[in-house]
Design a protein around this ligand. Structure first.
Ligand code: NDP
Length: 321
């Protein structure tokens, strides 16, 4: 039996490549010398994409494949895929939710603690031999903090569960109030920023959240305020953040995500009062393997006629008529 054609838009974990190859004929876009000719030749036959975030899955790309039926994307965030367009064109998009919640929440707490207690800075201090001269200066703390979560979703709730154990008051902002959570809801992000001294972002990227943490929000957070971002870099106006950190109109920031990854503004890199992670929220072997398996399982389940396992909201399964 011939296997259906699948386009892999960028390099993916070996286990994904190996498992998908058992069910599909895999075509690797990044290995093509002449990408234009490669895409033209495959256009009539490709029914599935496997995709990381390296290449935007926009109408210009998906629209070249009239038989495309499924885009299986690695990661829970899928802002590199135009899922609304896919839904309108009979293509289901899948992501990898839930299997990474605990890992990303662990990273968020790690980043928060690192930022509040300046833990990476203390490590650098010791290695530079400065402890021999005098103790590290006293730092801020999580003890007197109130945390506002922007994006109390699957990961945001896992973050909140951890914060409860730290005895830290929690409030949240999203587009709508959630009746089944014990935390105060703010309909206005600016108002929440004014009332907290840690703003922790776990919201998705995309047009609706683009730069919603802007100068006004940072001003509301204030000179004692700390910004933590494990959501998407695009949610923050990075230029405004750099300005606020330079002018000390906020205290500090802990960032796992950036506007133009892997490029990080030199001004941020040069600052000692920020903690910067290279987008490692879910990046353990255990969790990445679980995410990889879900990319494969979505494709296999779909190919078996059982439907995808984790379609995104814009492309429900079975499709709306
Ligand atoms: P969910 O969809 O479960 O949660 C997203 C939350 O964001 C919801 O509470 C939603 O609330 C809120 N939200 C969505 N749109 C808006 C908006 N326009 N304004 C305000 N709030 C909004 O997603 P997950 O928790 O699974 O993942 C969240 C994000 O975390 C991912 O999309 C990804 O970008 C990021 N992430 C980062 C990782 C890393 O390595 N740093 C790893 C994994 C994920 P409501 O619907 O009420 O608005």
């Amino acid at each position: 039996m011939t296997k259906p054609d699948l386009l892999m838009t960028g390099p993916m974990m070996q286990t994904i490549q190996d498992q998908i190859a058992q069910r599909f004929t895999v075509h690797k876009l990044w290995e093509a010398a002449d990408k234009e000719a490669f895409l033209r030749q495959l256009a009539p036959s490709v029914v599935a994409f496997a995709s990381g975030s390296h290449v935007p899955c926009d109408p210009a790309l998906m629209g070249r494949f009239p038989g495309l039926k499924i885009v299986s994307s690695f990661g829970v965030g899928y802002d590199h895929v135009d899922a609304a367009w896919a839904g309108q064109n009979g293509i289901v998009v899948t992501n990898t939710p839930d299997v990474l919640n605990e890992e990303v929440a662990d990273t968020a707490l790690g980043l928060l603690l690192c930022t509040m207690r300046q833990l990476p800075q203390t490590d650098r201090y010791l290695r530079a031999g400065k402890w021999l001269e005098k103790p590290y200066p006293l730092t801020g703390t999580l003890r007197d903090r109130k945390v506002g979560i922007l994006g109390l979703g699957r990961i945001g709730k896992a973050v909140a569960r951890r914060l409860e154990a730290f005895n830290v008051p929690i409030v949240y902002h999203g587009r709508s109030e959630q009746k089944d959570v014990p935390y105060r809801y703010y309909a206005s992000l600016v108002e929440m920023a004014r009332d907290v001294n840690v703003l922790l972002i776990v919201a998705p990227g995309g047009a609706a959240t683009n730069k919603i943490v802007n100068r006004e929000v940072l001003e509301a957070l204030g000179p004692d305020g700390v910004l933590i971002n494990v959501g998407r870099g695009s949610v923050v106006d990075e230029a405004a953040l750099v300005e606020a950190l330079k002018a000390k109109t906020i205290l500090s920031a802990g960032l796992d995500v950036f506007e133009d990854e892997p490029r990080v503004p030199a001004e941020l890199v040069a600052m000692d009062h920020v903690v910067l992670f290279p987008h490692v929220g879910s990046a353990s072997v255990y969790t990445r393997n679980a995410m990889a398996q879900l990319v494969v399982d979505n494709l296999v389940s779909w190919a078996d006629g059982k439907g995808p396992l984790t379609p995104v909201a814009e492309t429900p399964w079975p499709p709306r008529m």
